[in-house]
Design a protein around this ligand. Structure first.
Ligand code: ADP
Ligand code: MG
Length: 226
């Protein structure tokens, strides 16, 4: 059996704020290649904290996190940044596109931290935009796009480095139901191409499309049985 993409064992995260907050409490989770997992739970339950840990943006206070077989908790910052750039794509609720850059430039900028040579950067960005169905919008500025097109541009940016794992934090939170549907169709396509997808959401129509659901409440994660 191949190594799972994500293996979390007893991961806890405490913030030393006043008062201190236990945002994750002994979370264990295994996600296989090409899994499609939804993480649901109320506001403040620890979803974004979990995504930040999964995305190597934040370190657990304790516990183990293996990504594609590599124990990440002991890695130095540089190695974590490299692993993140090579393996993980991020999609956020608010798109985070640069307003004064065209769509293709926004996608090209994502590769600055990746493993790829400069040569061919534009072609790879154009290919990623084709993959999300935005080949006809590459020269547009973001404010000329619909919300759904903006999110697809952001997904192209997440894909351009060739990640094996896509981490999405409320990706449809700013979209109407029509555009939500289009983004969910795209996730289905990407998954069929072998990508592993983890999506945080509090929308039922989004979590219902995933293959598997886990619920997080006050930092405690529980698998939902279908
Ligand atoms: P969710 O994404 O489910 O809304 P979060 O993961 O953002 O929840 O937050 C979980 C808990 O951790 C909340 O109580 C939040 O206030 C707290 N928290 C998140 N980030 C920090 C931080 N940097 N410092 C202190 N507390 C934090
Ligand atoms: Mg959140």
């Amino acid at each position: 059996m191949p190594e799972a993409v994500i293996v979390l064992e007893d991961v806890s995260k405490e913030f030393a704020s006043d008062p201190p907050v236990v945002a994750l409490s002994k979370v264990s989770l295994r996600v296989e290649a090409a899994d499609y997992l939804a993480i649901v739970g109320p506001s403040g339950s620890g979803k974004s904290t979990l995504l930040n840990v999964l995305g190597l943006l934040d370190r657990p206070s304790s516990g183990s996190y293996r990504l594609d077989g590599t124990e990440t908790t002991a890695l130095r910052d540089g190695a974590r940044t490299k692993l993140r750039g090579n393996r993980i794509g991020f999609v956020f609720q608010s798109f985070h596109l640069l307003a004064h850059r065209s769509v293709v430039e926004n996608v090209m900028l994502a590769e600055i931290y990746g493993r790829h040579p400069r040569k061919g950067r534009r072609d790879r960005a154009l290919a990623a935009l084709e993959r999300v169905g935005l080949g006809h919008r590459v020269g547009f500025l973001p404010d000329r796009l619909s919300g759904g097109e903006r999110q697809r541009a952001a997904i192209a940016r997440a894909l351009v480095g060739g990640p094996s794992l896509l981490l999405c934090d409320e990706p449809t939170g700013n979209l109407d139901s029509h555009n939500t549907e289009a983004v969910l169709d795209l996730f289905d396509d990407l998954r069929a191409q072998g990508l592993t997808i983890v999506v945080i959401t509090h929308e039922h129509e989004v979590s219902a499309r995933a293959e598997r659901r886990v619920r997080i409440t006050d930092g405690v994660l529980v698998e939902e049985v279908a």
